[in-house]
Design a protein around this ligand. Structure first.
Ligand SMILES: Nc1ncnc2c1ncn2[C@@H]1O[C@H](COP(=O)(O)OP(=O)(O)OP(=O)(O)O)[C@@H](O)[C@H]1O
Ligand SMILES: [Mg+2]
Length: 247
């Protein structure tokens, strides 16, 4: 079943939903036009679509970085539309933006500490969990993050977001600029994170590979939902394949 409109999910209320979101930047034109994005608890939702479709804008809207003039965002049944990004972090949302997602002059470990700045409890166990997930970061913890490879930097960015112990992790193109092998590894780690019960909402350029691991996929075109279905169904949809997946 492919939807051509931004219909809500069937079944139980999703853990996180940005519903019928419209809005843009400042006084500029609307970028999002009734866009709906949602993810269930412990599942992986993937947003794909052409460059400039509004994927990053939709992520920013869900995270509270965009003024919506209509639509709402709900987390675990609560309306959080009016909350600031920082308040959303304290409610359990983690966000790794598409660019400038680490402090390059700080060490790996300082980046992880920065990620935990809102916490007042012992952050050491979480740091160990991040190092268990990404062992190379343990080896490089005293190195400036800017000296790491592209894939390792993305690990730092994801690790930094995990330091707040989020219940939902939002990732904007986590595999940008990395090799296919590094991409596969990162996707495996993302699956592992979801298995711990953390919901993943992710934008990806590597549409095919990302939809393979997605419980739910969204194809955005010009700020609106073009196709919404399970990852598997989108991969099998001839129209989606022809138009967005290169055949
Ligand atoms: N800070 C901004 N101020 C004004 N317009 C912006 C801003 N950021 C993005 N836009 C515009 O919003 C539209 C959607 O951009 P967005 O970055 O959300 O697309 P995207 O789908 O993430 O693209 P990409 O695949 O290149 O990352 C584009 O027309 C872009 O020029
Ligand atoms: Mg983008």
């Amino acid at each position: 079943m492919t939807e051509h409109a931004s219909a809500p999910l069937a079944g139980d209320a999703p853990f996180l939903i940005g519903e019928a979101m419209s809005g843009g930047y400042g006084t500029g034109p609307d970028i999002l036009h009734g866009c709906t994005i949602a993810v269930n608890r412990g599942e992986i939702a993937v947003i794909v679509g052409p460059n400039g479709a509004g994927k990053s804008t939709a992520m920013k809207a869900v995270f509270g970085m965009l003024d919506l003039h209509s639509g709402s965002v709900r987390l675990d049944g609560q309306d959080i539309t009016a909350l600031s990004p920082q308040e959303r972090v304290s409610r359990g949302m983690g966000f790794v933006p598409q660019t400038s997602n680490i402090f390059t002059s700080m060490t790996v470990e300082e980046n992880l500490e920065m990620g935990a700045f809102l916490r007042r409890d012992d952050i050491r166990p979480t740091m160990e969990q991040v190092y268990d997930l990404f062992p190379i970061l343990r080896d490089k913890r005293r190195q400036p993050a800017g000296e790491l490879s592209g894939g390792q930097r993305q690990q730092v960015a994801v690790g930094r977001a995990l330091m707040t112990k989020p219940s939902v992790l939002m990732l904007d193109e986590p595999t940008a600029g990395v090799s296919p092998i590094v991409m596969d590894e990162l996707f495996d780690r993302i699956i592992e994170i979801a298995r711990t019960g953390i919901s993943i909402l992710m934008v990806e350029q590597n549409a095919r590979q990302a939809l393979e691991i997605a419980h739910r996929g969204y194809v955005l075109v010009q700020g609106a939902n073009a196709y919404t279905d399970t990852g598997k169904a989108l991969l099998a949809d001839p129209e989606v394949r022809r138009t967005f997946l290169g055949g």
